[in-house]
Design a protein around this ligand. Structure first.
Ligand code: NAD
Length: 437
């Protein structure tokens, strides 16, 4: 069991720190955001992630998990340093490496004995080599560290489960010593024969981009098939269901919706497009997936405008769901942002409800109304738009809603509301790729 420092205590860093302490390691989670560290030391968890609090508290009580803003001493006292800072998209569509680079600088200033420097942030292929070069130049003895690329595949909303029971762990390193240490920090998984894949650094970096881009592509594909279903009189649920029964296709990521968002798929797709362009090998499939996603977000807005009689001007719209998917408070690149902008530009009013993400969205949109109760948001509105597939929206009390709305329009961009009930109650509704009842 090792002493580990995590640098960057966001969605990935915090879950990684908690998970590795659960595996028996001693972990210090660090961050430059002092407020975040203060919160964590006061037992306040800055993100919403189901199941995280319980495991975090258990490991803090067992003295295996600590939070600190003293990054230098954490580095000095650890054998494994895991970089988990953000790599957001630049205006050119590339990954912004400035946070990673600044972390590498502080690591190089605090390398006091042999360490594993491990990158968990999603970084462009070739970044590991640059990090090794920087550290080798800065570090007196030149080789007293080993470098590992250990990309993370967790999904927000089920991050704890994904980390503790992963499909695979990818360890990219040229050092056998480093590989053994990485197996040691993941020891419970290693013992249980979870596949730990040993690759080169570049291969590990590529696996992450190739996986995320493939999933993004799959979503864009099913969205376009759903759109075509609407025009040819087919039903996307039956189509996707039958497609998914084919083992070669699988039923995962075959759910049509308002276009993918989040902090990973959009930016990782753009980053891989930028990398392939730089290598003079433009990847047409990736560009198509990206364009189809932008079109899908626009299409939802156009659907809304076409659905509501007389357009959106002065109409009150209840927007149900703000996070980019259910079970997270993360609103980065959420389709709800595009929808809100559209409604406001058309002169409509937004009454927003999300069980968790109202606070996050209110930092972007201060001029819309937020509600703590879904029926309060819906009261007196002309139209409901379901943007996120939160479970509570699957069982809305439609007869009650019919009574409290001004008008009777519903756009269900997640296909989670029972169409037969909508028809029975004479709602005017639309969704994505379904045969209307
Ligand atoms: P995040 O924005 O939630 O967290 C990043 C954290 O790093 C923040 O708390 C920030 O304050 C901190 N930070 C920034 N600069 C720092 C510095 N110099 N020193 C210390 N801390 C610093 O980001 P995230 O969503 O956790 O993503 C982190 C990385 O993991 C990204 O590269 C992302 O692409 C990748 N990733 C994310 C997910 C996901 O679902 N969020 C999944 C797999 C991989």
């Amino acid at each position: 069991m090792k002493n580990i420092t995590i640098i960057g205590t966001g969605y990935v860093g915090l879950v990684t720190g908690v998970g590795l302490s659960e595996f028996g390691n001693n972990v210090i989670c660090t961050d430059i955001d002092k407020d975040k560290i203060l919160q964590l030391n006061s037992e306040v968890i800055p993100i919403y992630e189901p199941g995280l609090k319980e495991i975090l508290n258990r490991n803090v009580k067992s003295d295996r998990l600590f939070f600190s803003d003293d990054i230098s001493s954490a580095i000095k006292n650890s054998e494994v340093i895991i970089i988990a800072v953000g790599t957001p998209q630049t205006e050119q569509g590339k990954a912004n490496m400035s946070y990673v680079n600044s972390v590498v600088k502080s690591i190089s200033q605090n390398l006091n004995n042999y360490k594993i420097i491990c990158t968990k942030s999603t970084v462009p292929i070739g970044s590991g080599k640059k990090i090794i070069d920087t550290l080798s130049n800065d570090f007196d003895e030149g080789s007293n560290f080993d470098y590992v690329s250990n990309p993370e595949f967790l999904r927000e909303g089920s991050a704890v489960k994904d980390f503790l029971w992963p499909d695979r762990i990818v360890v990219g390193t040229s050092s056998d010593r480093a590989f053994k240490i990485m197996c040691d920090i993941y020891r419970p998984l290693y013992i249980n024969k979870n596949p730990i894949k040993h690759t080169t650094v570049e291969t590990a970096e590529m696996i992450k981009y190739a996986s995320n881009s493939f999933l993004a592509l799959k979503i864009s594909y099913i969205n376009e098939i759903a759109n075509l279903c609407e025009l040819v009189g087919a039903d996307i649920h039956d189509v996707a269901n039958a497609m998914g029964q084919d083992g070669r296709i699988s039923d995962k990521f075959l759910h049509p919706g308002p276009g993918f968002g989040g902090s990973c798929f959009p930016k990782d797709l753009e980053s891989l497009i930028a990398i392939s362009n730089e290598k003079n090998l433009p990847m047409e499939t990736l560009k198509a997936a990206s364009n189809a996603n932008k079109n899908q977000k626009d299409r939802m807005c156009i659907k809304l405008e076409g659905l509501v009689d007389g357009g959106l001007k002065n109409k009150k719209i209840a927007l149900l769901g703000l996070s980019f998917k259910a079970n997270t408070d993360d609103i980065r690149e959420s389709s709800a942002i595009d929808m809100i902008n559209f409604i406001l530009n058309k002169g409509g009013f937004v009454r927003a409800y999300d069980p968790i993400a109202n606070g996050s969205m209110s930092k972007i949109f201060k001029n819309i109304s937020y509600f703590d109760d879904v029926y309060d948001a819906i009261r007196d509105t002309d139209c409901i738009v379901v943007m996120t597939e939160w479970n509570e929206f699957r069982s809305l009390d439609l007869p009650r809603i019919k009574k409290i709305m001004n008008d009777n329009f519903i756009l269900d961009t997640r296909n989670i509301i029972d169409m037969s009930e909508l028809s029975r109650l004479n709602f005017v509704y639309d969704n994505v790729g379904r045969l209307k009842i």
